[in-house]
Design a protein around this ligand. Sequence first.
Ligand code: CU
Length: 282
Amino acid sequence: SDELTLVLSDIGFDKKGRLESPDSGGSAGMVFGREGEYLLVNGKNRPVIKARAGAPQRWRIVNAAKSRFFYLDMDGQAFHVIGGDGGLQESTMTMDGLLVTPGERFDVIVYPTGKPGTSLVVQAALYNRGYGSVEYRIPEDLLTIEFSNQPPMTIAPPPKVSRSIAPPVVAGATGVELELTLPPVSSGKSEFLVNGVPFWKAKPYLAKLGERQLWTVTNKTTWDHPFHLHGFFFIRLDEHGDPIRPLAWKDTVNIPMKKTVRLLVDFDERPGEWMFHCHLLE
Ligand SMILES: [Cu+2]
């Protein structure tokens, strides 16, 4: 089987062929993030992979783009997710489209297939992360898989991967509420706030060493935010406060617009100051 690391990103240039400047997006870029015009996989625009149809491949995917969300579509063919940010997950999860937000990593098994001698395009499909992400836009080609003339391999059943992760005990965790807002400020611009405070005024949130905390992050804005925590992995909880199965260690999770996401994190060791931030970088 083939094993590939796929670093997804994008890049944009100005009219003189220089890298687009970080402030070229204006106030829309401030709330939406800036996306480059050209999609890149391992630094290449629309690269080609050669493969035998139906042959299993393991792809380790990272979204290294500054702002672009990649919603991967392999003409509807399955992605079998076996792991992510923090290594293998509890069990395999199969999806026909894979959303990879900036900063996120996925470990997937795929069996791309088609007629020998033809090709299959993996596209970045439309995903609505707020105004500007789907309006006047179409799916974009990301990479091409060219099938050899060998007869297709029979598609194997989804891989059974398992990792024993003890379901964490939620009771007794210290609650921390975070509310993300985007109110207008006096100058006519707007500013992202966490619990009413902008980054430049914020004081650290506190945790004791060994403390388990339940972070409830509510996104009141109309744009998604990929939430990223340094130094620690967390487990996602559903709206009832139960761990989401299959259990997976994450350090980056999308907080969709107007939605609440719950994270259980153990500040087990590594004292000091650790950052959490939105992974829209520019
Ligand atoms: Cu954000």
